[in-house]
Design a protein around this ligand. Structure first.
Ligand SMILES: Cc1cc2nc3c(=O)[nH]c(=O)nc-3n(C[C@H](O)[C@H](O)[C@H](O)COP(=O)(O)OP(=O)(O)OC[C@H]3O[C@@H](n4cnc5c(N)ncnc54)[C@H](O)[C@@H]3O)c2cc1C
Length: 281
């Protein structure tokens, strides 16, 4: 299929992008195009105007500042995969990036596009929530910052309004006490996951603290497993796996039944739990 007709504008700056978006009844930001173009072609989306932000300068930087790693919205997955800053300060992202699609998709797709699109089976939104990150959002009334826990509201629904541009995300930089774990089940490497887990914890004593277990592919958005987090923080892996029965209620989808997804979630948790409690980062 071909997309429905739309107008196209290339934004010269962030202010120009916001002005263009604000002037149209139904505009969409174009970043890497790896999801947007497919939804246009399938006519799942029929915007009047596409605002291309690829030439907006300053959105493709990775900066360490005040204990946070700030990743610009236009940083491509491939750039992030090669980034020494991400490897050192956001090791959970470094672990997750190779699981996203294939090299051609990672050459174009952007970190901001993944976070803003919020596909419930995508890797990075779950990592963003697990890391307790922040979204930096520019809109007609200025810039605001939204915590990751408040960013995802439902199926493809986020704190972004149709007038906003996500300009960056901020992730607390890893310290010597940070532990992270990432695992997913996909039918083939590069496919969207049937179920996945992004996890973080702090390890200073015998048991981990600040445990955050965020599953993807099991709900309408990234799902925090709070009962399992509490059990793991008490040092009990088996109880943590059992607690997933309270935390997760995955719907059936084209990939697997909800029952299979819940079972897979338990296996994933067992895989990452030892690393969260031990020495590996
Ligand atoms: C074959 C294939 C396999 C894939 N496999 C995976 C996978 O395994 N895991 C995975 O996570 N993804 C996968 N993807 C999707 C890919 O990761 C996309 O790149 C990503 O979802 C969107 O990023 P983008 O930069 O391409 O955004 P675009 O496609 O340009 O935009 C996506 C949506 O986000 C909005 N948007 C983009 N940037 C911003 C911004 N800065 N501010 C506000 N709104 C914005 C757009 O308006 C649009 O609605 C796959 C894609 C393909 C084609």
């Amino acid at each position: 299929m071909k997309p429905a007709p739309f107008a196209y504008e290339r934004a010269r700056s962030l202010d120009h992008a916001i002005e263009l978006i604000g002037g149209a009844e139904d505009a969409r930001v174009l970043a890497g195009g790896q999801s947007l173009i497919a939804t246009l072609n399938m006519r799942l989306s029929r915007p009047q105007l596409i605002v291309d932000i690829n030439r907006v300068s300053g959105l493709d930087r990775i900066t360490l500042r005040d204990g946070y790693l700030e990743i610009g919205a236009l940083v491509r997955y491939a750039q992030a995969e090669r980034s020494a800053e991400i490897a050192a300060h956001a090791p959970l992202f470094a672990k997750a990036l190779p699981f996203i699609g294939h090299p051609a998709i990672r050459n174009r797709g952007t970190i901001g596009g993944s976070i803003a699109f919020g596909d419930p089976a995508a890797e990075l939104p779950a990592c963003f929530v697990a890391l307790d990150g922040e979204a930096v959002i520019a809109g007609p009334s200025g810039t605001r910052v939204v915590k990751a826990d408040a960013f995802y509201k439902g199926l493809f629904e986020t704190a972004l309004t149709p007038r906003d541009v996500l300009t960056a995300i901020r992730l607390p930089a890893a310290t010597g006490e940070t532990r992270t774990g990432f695992a997913e089940f996909a039918r083939r490497h590069g496919d969207y996951a049937m179920a996945g887990l992004a996890a973080t914890a702090r390890t200073s004593g015998k048991t981990p603290s600040d445990v955050r277990l965020v599953f993807f592919g099991v709900g309408t958005a990234p799902v925090r497993a709070r009962a399992a987090e509490a059990a793991l923080a008490a040092g009990d892996i088996e109880a943590s796996v059992a607690a997933l029965a309270k935390d997760l209620d995955p719907p059936d989808d084209v990939q697997a039944t909800g029952a299979v997804k819940r079972r897979l979630a338990g296996v994933l948790l067992k895989r990452v739990a030892a690393g969260l409690m031990g020495n590996a980062s």
